[in-house]
Design a binder for this molecule. Structure first.
Ligand code: NAP
Ligand code: MG
Length: 405
């Protein structure tokens, strides 16, 4: 290798927890630092440091992402009661992803890394399907009531000037349940813009679906806002890029997605996105192969793996036992961020490096070298199951060949 690749703007680096923190260090040491003069602004989002800084470090890392535009994040623990005890925490700190998303106001795009050797459960799917999930409101911010028996349920909106709109939801004759939910035009518009920008960025068609035939005001609003923004701001750009925006009903979308060969973005309302991203991940084989990127409407990017900190593997690792944790999604978080940084800074060598690292990673698995989670998914006789570090070293061998060719 000749000189190391230089960077001009720092990447925001958000370190994390447990097994993914172990992998993070290995990726940097084996796959990145030998080849790049890595320039990062480092934020330690590991739970201990979040506790020490009263979670200020999470906020600072998000603000840094607004300053520089591109971040790469390691998986982090979202503390629950058990974790508060385990780490002797001052408080049950909020989900870092929630905090970062709140500050960047973004949409999360999740896409699988597709490998020929690993056949999806739906054979027609040849290309990745990217799920874009709206991350605000609906049933995730609902209000619920248990109706104890006979009575009237009403939905009321009182405007600031005192105007009242009232609808009867139901007149109960017997016990039942009630739910009210909301969303905001501004949030839906941000979601739409993030989706259209990402479609242009990745040159893929975008599909959007709701249940507007049944929900004539609520879901219809989503459809209208998407359509309006598309017509006014994106139609011409889409024509130039040769991509399409396609709206349909959610049940029709499900049928079409299953019959498709993939290769598009599927924008989903909050709940649909929660369910469908698990479905897509499962069909493509493994959670460990799902990439994730948060894109803000202003064009800030935060790349990460879709999976968590792989706690069970970490406890084995602490006991000195061998682990076989799949680093693909974390490697692709780094390559995604490096590529984006390279594009923004006009650093062709950085983009080229990131593409070669992706190629080397995929080639490693296609050659039969993989972690146990993937080995379990292919029946081929020539598969060589590797441990956590061994897999990364196999990738490095192929990376060196690509960089020297
Ligand atoms: P997880 O870390 O995603 O792991 C769940 C299971 O999936 C693992 O036990 C493992 O199965 C398999 N798996 C996931 N990633 C893998 C990989 N890279 N290689 C091999 N197998 C993999 O979810 P969790 O155990 O429910 O959560 C652990 C912690 O992660 C929690 O504290 C949670 O708060 C946090 N979390 C963070 C994020 C984030 O930062 N974005 C997202 C989700 C969860 P086997 O054990 O069967 O091998
Ligand atoms: Mg879910």
């Amino acid at each position: 290798m000749s000189d190391k690749i230089k960077m001009t703007t720092p990447l925001v680096e958000m370190d994390g927890d447990e097994m993914t923190r172990v992998i993070w260090k290995l990726i940097k040491e084996i796959l990145l630092e030998p080849y790049i003069e890595l320039k990062t602004e480092y934020y330690d989002l590991g739970l201990e440091n979040r506790d020490k800084t009263e979670d200020k470090v999470t906020v600072e890392s998000a603000l840094a992402t607004k300053k520089y535009g591109v971040a790469v994040k390691c998986a982090t623990i979202t503390p629950n009661a058990e974790r508060v005890k385990e780490y002797n925490l001052k408080e049950m700190w909020k989900s870092p992803n929630g905090t970062i998303r709140g500050i960047l106001d973004g949409t999360v795009f999740r896409a699988p890394i597709v490998i020929k050797r690993i056949k999806p459960f739906i054979p027609a799917w040849k290309k990745p399907i990217t799920i874009a999930r709206h991350a605000y409101g609906d049933v995730y911010k609902d209000v619920e009531i248990i109706a104890s028996g006979k009575g009237v349920a009403e939905l009321t909106f009182t405007s600031e000037s005192g105007e009242v709109i009232k609808e009867t939801v139901h007149t109960f004759d017997s016990p039942g349940i009630l739910l009210a939910m909301h969303n905001l035009d501004s949030s839906i518009a941000s979601f739409a813009r993030s989706c259209f920008n990402y479609a242009l960025d990745t040159k893929q068609d975008i599909w959007f679906a709701t249940k507007d035939t049944i929900s004539k005001k609520y879901d219809h609003r989503f459809k209208d806002i998407f359509q309006e923004i598309f017509e006014q701001e994106y139609k011409i750009k889409f024509q130039k890029a040769g991509i399409e925006y396609f709206y349909t009903l959610i049940d029709d979308a499900v049928a079409r997605v299953v019959r498709s060969e993939g290769g598009f973005i599927w924008a989903c309302k909050n709940y649909d996105g929660d369910v469908m991203s698990d479905m897509v991940a499962t069909v493509f084989g493994s959670l460990a192969m799902m990439t994730s990127v948060l894109v803000s409407p202003e064009g800030y990017y935060e790349y990460e793996a879709a999976h968590g900190t792989v706690q069970r593997h970490y406890y084995k690792h602490l006991k000195g036992e061998e682990t076989s944790t799949n680093s693909m999604a974390t490697i692709f978080a780094w390559t995604g961020a490096l590529k984006k940084r390279g594009e923004l800074d006009n650093l062709h060598s950085l983009v080229d490096f990131a593409e070669k690292l992706e190629k080397a990673s995929i080639q490693t698995i296609e050659d039969g070298f993989m972690t146990k989670d993937l080995a379990a998914l292919c029946n081929d006789a020539d598969v060589v199951p590797l441990n956590t570090e061994g897999f990364i070293r196999e990738i490095d061998k192929r990376l060196q060949v690509l960089l020297n060719s």
